[in-house]
Design a protein around this ligand. Structure first.
Ligand code: GDD
Ligand code: MG
Length: 371
């Protein structure tokens, strides 16, 4: 069975992490999210995936190729310009001839796809949307259904006073191929504001498949950190990399950890990482491949990508550090700070309250402090 994955977005809410890395390629515990997603689809019976790419398209080509490494067929198709969610599918419709799954490429879920397909067939649905409950539907597509699941209304990004249910579009669809004829060609067109409302108006049967599967949109710094906590706490199926050497510690190959380093909570140390004497690492934390942490540093509930040189005597808590940064002794990084890639940060700086440091930034000593 074939699936289309929408991965063309700019990942604006995750900038500057997404300046060099498209959102679906962001590492989750050291592996690009899209690889987890493709493997999950493959394990659930999808053998061919068409990725609709736009922003930083080459990153997908280099990482995934034709998909053979992952044991499935992958096509990477670039739009000439962003065509919107439905316009992107129209652009690849020549590859589709049967009932098709469509996925938003920034949603982590272990939804049972065969159960959803069985529901779609049992209801003789033309278009089925997976639904999930959320606390605040205003950032999503609100979906009203009858008790049998037939969709009666779809409202993208409702205003607070328009919220009538907590069930939202979870970003997984099953679509009958004749509906691709209803998407205008060569123009920007959205499922959420175009095809869904117009299919409802035509009275074609559209159903919502509600489930209590794990579900998170990884599209904000907050949810990106939360997904890591959920993975590490075992809330979603995910094979942690490396070997489990203690009940709370997973390490990759060629790792060097000084004898007195203390670990609390669950920590993953990826291949080639080095952690010097006297560090205290508190989970859920991921230390990326070939990252070096100097002596006496304290890292808490943070995600650190590859090839960083940090410390000594640093403090990092509840923050994300991207690729190849050089951060000097004594720097303090707190509270949802994002340091992206290739920065050089001299000593005696302190970052707090969601500050975001763009790629290539150089910060001189004692120039940033929050106290
Ligand atoms: N190829 C391509 N071209 N992909 C696109 C384009 C485009 O022009 N625009 C968006 N995408 C991709 C994004 O990369 C993302 O994977 C997906 O489509 C959804 O776009 P977002 O920008 O993440 O939308 P959202 O999170 O605000 O809302 C969507 O997802 C919610 C669930 O997470 C909507 O589908 C909501 O209805 C839904 O509730
Ligand atoms: Mg999204």
């Amino acid at each position: 069975m074939k699936a289309v994955i929408l991965v063309g977005g700019f990942g604006t809410r995750l900038r500057p992490l997404t300046v060099n890395t498209p959102k679906p390629m962001l590492p989750l515990v050291g592996t690009p999210f899209i690889e987890w997603m493709l493997t999950n689809l493959r394990d659930q019976g999808i053998d061919e995936a068409i990725l609709c790419v736009q922003y930083l398209a080459d990153r997908f080509r280099t990482a995934l190729g034709d998909g053979s490494r992952l044991g499935m067929k992958v096509h990477i198709i670039e739009e000439p310009e962003p065509r919107g969610t439905a316009g992107a599918v129209k652009h690849v419709a020549h590859l589709l001839d049967d009932t098709t799954f469509v996925f938003n490429g920034d949603v982590m879920t272990d939804l049972d796809l065969q159960a959803m397909l069985a529901f779609h067939r049992a209801k003789q649905s033309q278009l089925t949307i997976a639904l999930t409950p959320v606390e605040d539907p205003t950032a999503f597509g609100l979906v009203e259904t009858t008790a049998e699941g037939r969709i009666t209304r779809f409202l993208e990004k409702p205003k607070p006073e328009e919220v009538t249910t907590n069930m939202i579009n979870a970003g997984t669809y099953i679509i009958e191929p004749h509906l691709f004829d209803d998407i205008p060609a060569n123009q920007h067109y959205m499922f959420e504001r175009g095809l869904f409302p117009s299919t409802l108006q035509k009275n074609h049967p559209m159903y919502g498949f509600a489930s209590d599967a794990y579900w998170t949109d990884i599209g904000t710094p907050q949810t990106y950190l939360e997904v890591h906590q959920d993975i590490i706490n075992g809330k979603v199926r995910f094979a942690l990399p490396g070997s489990q050497i203690k009940h709370n510690l997973w390490v990759g190959s060629n790792v060097s950890i000084a004898a007195d380093v203390a670990f609390h909570g669950t920590v993953v140390v990826c291949d080639g990482a080095q952690i010097a004497a006297g560090c205290v690492i508190t989970g859920p934390t991921i230390i990326g491949a070939h990252t070096r942490i100097g002596a006496g540093s304290a890292i808490t509930a943070s995600v650190i990508w590859q090839e960083n040189h940090l410390g000594p005597d640093m403090v990092v808590s509840h923050s994300v550090i991207g690729h190849r940064n050089h951060i000097a002794a004594g720097v303090k990084i707190h509270n949802s700070t994002i340091i992206s890639d290739d920065t050089v940060i001299a000593g005696d700086n302190a970052f707090d309250r969601g500050v975001r440091i763009w790629p290539g930034t150089q910060v001189a000593a004692q120039s940033i402090s929050f106290s």
